[in-house]
Design a protein around this ligand. Structure first.
Ligand code: ATP
Length: 292
């Protein structure tokens, strides 16, 4: 399930009422900053250049008080590590990841990044450190340049091209009628699913966060595009702490660690081969989902 839907939904609503592209967007972000759902603590600190060490310490959380989703979850993720969350639908993989940018507040326990409780950090500064790539790429009616720059509004044209290059999107852009100034969206050029994914990846290269959350698509692109996107994502993940809500065998296999989440919490963790050999939930899940 797409937990990041809520904030995105808000952004979408505003985009429709702000057809002025990036200028409207900037204003929108200013408005959002003055009235966030979750308030900064009085002495909240700004952070930058985190190493990306993440720790969940006895975290409990439910969207409704009566129905806990996570109960006493503890978890440690090392700087630069790629962790794949796998498990049955509804187990709470997305929920775990959505607590990190503080889309929701934990009910008990704490989450720290680089040893700092996320509640003690300025929300804006915390979220600058976290990049999210979701299944539904959010693009607005505007130019390619504006859409990539959404990753970091003050980026220069050169930096935007560099990000496009790294996302393997630059050739596509160069072949378009107006290059970077090509308008996309309803009134312009339609992008393919794979190109949309690359736009999201380009934004993340631009944003350059030390922590990355990848919410993998469940619906498949064609195999060739899929492999190319996987490659770009793997490049993006280098040197970043990466949490993947994983559905793809390739991602899962290549993860530094697989965390198996079921309704009782974290059931197993380890590398692919270890978990297969352990003959537990993962090996059964793997068997059922992907065959032997
Ligand atoms: P999937 O693989 O289907 O994405 P998941 O493991 O990521 O599943 P979550 O999306 O974290 O699972 O959902 C965990 C539980 O929380 C589910 O029972 C779901 O119905 C519930 N849930 C998720 N988002 C919300 C929300 N915004 N409000 C209320 N309940 C929610």
């Amino acid at each position: 399930a797409n937990v990041f839907f809520r904030p995105i939904e808000k952004i979408n609503a505003v985009i429709e009422s702000y057809p002025k592209g990036i200028a409207g967007f900037r204003r929108y972000l200013e408005i959002m900053d003055t009235e966030p759902d979750i308030q900064d603590a009085p002495n909240a600190k700004s952070v930058d250049s985190l190493s990306g060490e993440i720790r969940f310490d006895r975290v409990s959380f439910g969207y409704e008080r009566e129905r806990p989703i996570l109960d006493d979850i503890s978890l440690e993720i090392h700087p630069g590590e790629t962790v794949a969350f796998v498990g049955p639908s509804g187990a709470g993989k997305t929920t775990i990841c959505s607590l990190l940018p503080r889309f929701y507040e934990v009910d008990a326990g704490s989450i720290t990044v680089d040893g700092m409780d996320i509640r003690d950090l300025k929300l804006e500064s915390l979220r600058k450190q976290i990049g999210i790539v979701q299944q539904d790429v959010f693009l607005f009616s505007g130019t390619i340049q504006e859409n990539i720059a959404y990753g970091r509004l003050d980026a220069t044209l050169e930096e935007i091209w560099d990000a496009a290059e790294r996302a393997h999107l630059a050739d596509v852009i160069r072949s378009m009628p107006a290059g970077m100034n090509t308008v996309i969206g309803e009134r312009g050029v339609k992008l393919s699913g794979g190109q949309k994914q690359r736009m999201a990846i380009a934004r993340m290269f631009l944003k350059n966060p030390p922590i990355l959350i990848l919410d993998e698509a469940t619906s498949a692109l064609d195999t060739e595009t899929e492999m190319a996107i996987q490659k770009s994502l793997a490049e993006l993940a280098v040197g970043r702490t990466t949490l993947v809500i994983a559905h793809r065998l390739a991602t899962i296999r290549n993860a530094d660690r697989i965390i198996v989440v079921n309704r009782d919490g974290i059931a197993e963790q380890g590398k692919h081969q270890e978990l297969v050999e352990a003959g537990g939930i993962y090996s059964r899940l793997h068997q059922a989902q992907f065959g032997s």
